[in-house]
Design a protein around this ligand. Structure first.
Ligand code: ADP
Length: 250
């Protein structure tokens, strides 16, 4: 079943067209990797899915992004509600300067949950979901900025999980992390997809190969090729895909 679909999606930053006629479908409970050289539109595409580009001055978007059978650009969606359902994790971990507990409880509190017991339950479940609970359960009241970079990134994943999203967008979530922290997040992906749909931008081809079910190759704002990750990596149909995957450019 498709959870998300884009139809004839175009995005312009002023005169510059950064996304060109993007038609894609994303299956529920899958991990999709977005690959391609710098500046080809991967982050722009990711941000378009939860309307994070709305705030950029001079942006024009045409076409549709369909989530739950509705175009998210049709005006019926409240962006706060949308970003709860379609959460995002950024390249650099960005915990709030507050306790670990309050970082996770922040979103649920905004959405009206006040009961302490309920909040504790959510915090525990979210931290477990992000494979961080065992490392922090004895210091939930300590400042989150005291965690290592890798732990901070898992905290940010836990913060996203706390508001029960359907889709998690990740923009190069491991590029600022050491190899062991990277591995932990990669392992987490296969667990997350049981409950969520993950779309991840990565520069790391091995990572895309290890963690994703599907891969989309972007070039100059267009999709050159998309499909099962094994097909894209081992049986690419387009010469440009093959050249990129084998490291001839990018
Ligand atoms: P990628 O994630 O693949 O590196 P981006 O989506 O960041 O690519 O960028 C795609 C294109 O859009 C690039 O040419 C970039 O310079 C341009 N771009 C990205 N963000 C903005 C912005 N806020 N304003 C103007 N141009 C932008």
């Amino acid at each position: 079943m498709n959870i998300l679909e884009t139809k004839s999606l175009n995005l312009f930053y002023g005169d510059h067209q950064a996304l060109k006629d993007i038609n894609l479908q994303f299956k529920k409970n899958s991990v999709t990797a977005l690959i391609g050289p710098s500046g080809c539109g991967k982050s722009t595409f990711l941000r378009t899915i939860n309307r994070m580009n709305d705030l950029v001055e001079g942006v024009k978007i045409t076409g549709e992004v369909i989530y739950e059978d509705k175009n998210i650009y049709s005006g019926k969606w409240d962006t706060i509600e949308l970003r709860k359902k379609i959460g995002m994790v950024f390249q650099k971990p960005n915990p709030f300067p507050m306790s670990i507990f309050d970082n996770i409880a922040y979103g649920p509190r905004i959405h009206g949950i006040k009961d302490k017991y309920k909040l504790s339950e959510i915090v525990e479940k979210s931290l477990k979901g992000a494979a961080l609970w065992d490392e922090v359960k004895d210091r939930l009241n300590k400042n989150a900025l005291g965690l290592s970079g890798g732990q901070q990134q898992r905290l940010c994943i836990a913060r996203t999980l706390a508001v029960e999203p359907d889709v998690i967008l990740m923009d190069e979530p491991t590029s600022a992390l050491d190899p062991i922290s990277t591995l932990k997040i990669e392992e987490l992906m296969s667990v997350l997809k049981k409950d969520y749909t993950v779309i991840i931008v990565t520069h790391n081809m091995q990572q895309a190969g290890r963690i994703s079910d599907n891969t989309i190759f972007f070039l100059n704002g267009e999709i050159v090729e998309c499909g099962g990750t094994e097909d894209i990596f081992y049986r690419p149909r387009d010469k440009r895909t093959e050249d990129y995957i084998t490291g001839r450019f990018g």
